[in-house]
Write a protein that binds this ligand. Structure first.
Ligand code: FES
Length: 329
């Protein structure tokens, strides 16, 4: 069924032409604006590529409101944002101001074909299938089914590209026996005397020559050092031997869903995760006292080397990070 529209119908609103349709100066101006958007988009892409190749992933910059921010990620984000945003703005401006603005009539037909056409189609399919011998050639029919079925399965293999399961990833970190604790930021070895009672510091492991930090390793290796008075601990003898002069070290990744545990309340000696408010009691080896986390933050055993610098006694004895998949409910 078609529906005719009469453009001369006096009931239709009069078409309003844009300024760019009637004024060559306005048209030229709009053209320059569109070009400017596309140039800004290109600059965004160049920034993205530059950041990806030349800005080290370990560099940080102070940004008002955000604080210390990873420069590599910041520039990647800004570059991609500018690239996408301005190409979109340019396309919209182009379409609204410069693309043809004439009104057209779209005749609508019934989507369903008439009955005789449908019957024709069915007859043709049957005729061609018979001609191809699909009914007779059962071998071809079966092998075709097999190949199509396997083609459907092949995308499942791509799931392997997602990498190992997270709990396997988190079983190993760069911490090992004798590895020094380095300040982050700063990359300086740290002594017990550098931390006053009540102080907190973030540290990363010293890596071997030529080994570069990746975002993945930084996320897994980040450790928080907190100094209490030794008598404030309520730890088993073994866990107490993992501390040094009142300094205790925990993985910084929340054992709920992996956010950075970043808030330390000096009065209560609680570590708080800002994501879902899991609260860990530092004197009790980061025991969970509130929130959804299912287990304490893994503790890193520390001591000092011959020069008095803090080192790890051993790797973490349990996976760091989220453990929600271990929960039964
Ligand atoms: S990620 Fe820390 S409480 Fe959820």
């Amino acid at each position: 069924m078609s529906h005719e529209i009469d453009l001369s119908d006096p009931g239709l609103p009069v078409h309003q032409h844009r300024r760019t349709d009637t004024d060559p100066v306005a048209e030229k101006k709009a053209e320059r604006q569109v070009a400017l958007y596309f140039v800004l988009s290109a600059l965004g892409t160049i920034l993205f590529i530059y950041a990806y190749i030349f800005i080290p992933i370990t560099s940080f910059v102070f940004v008002p409101l955000l604080g210390s921010t990873n420069t590599h990620q910041l520039m990647l984000g800004l570059g991609l944002t500018f690239s996408m945003l301005f190409i979109g703005l340019g396309a919209i401006h182009w379409a609204k101001q410069l693309m043809p603005d004439s009104e057209v009539i779209a005749h609508r037909h019934e989507l369903r074909s008439p009955k005789d056409e449908r019957d024709d189609f069915v007859a043709t399919v049957k005729e061609r299938a018979a001609a191809a011998g699909l009914g007779r050639r059962s071998l071809i029919k079966r092998t075709l089914g097999l190949s199509l079925g396997l083609v459907g399965l092949s995308p499942l293999l791509l799931l392997r590209d997602l990498g190992p399961l997270p709990e396997k990833q988190l079983e190993t970190t760069s911490w090992a026996k004798g590895v020094r604790l380095l300040t982050d930021p700063g990359d300086r070895p740290i002594k017990a005397s550098d931390l006053e009672v009540g102080a907190v510091a973030q540290v990363l492991p010293e890596l071997g020559a030529g080994v570069r930090r990746t975002l993945n390793s930084i996320a897994k290796d980040a450790v928080l050092l907190i100094r209490l008075r030794p008598e404030e601990f309520r730890l088993s003898p073994e866990r107490l031997s993992w501390t040094h002069e009142g300094i205790i070290a925990f993985s910084k990744i929340c054992s709920h869903m992996g956010c950075a545990v970043a808030l330390y309340e000096q009065q209560t000696k609680h570590l708080l995760c800002p994501c879902h408010q899991s609260t860990f009691d530092v004197p009790q080896a980061a025991k969970v006292i509130f929130g959804p986390s299912a287990r304490p933050l893994p503790q890193l055993a520390i001591t000092v080397d011959d020069e008095g610098y803090l080192i790890a006694q051993q790797p973490f004895t349990e996976p760091v990070g989220p453990s929600f998949w271990e929960r039964s409910s």
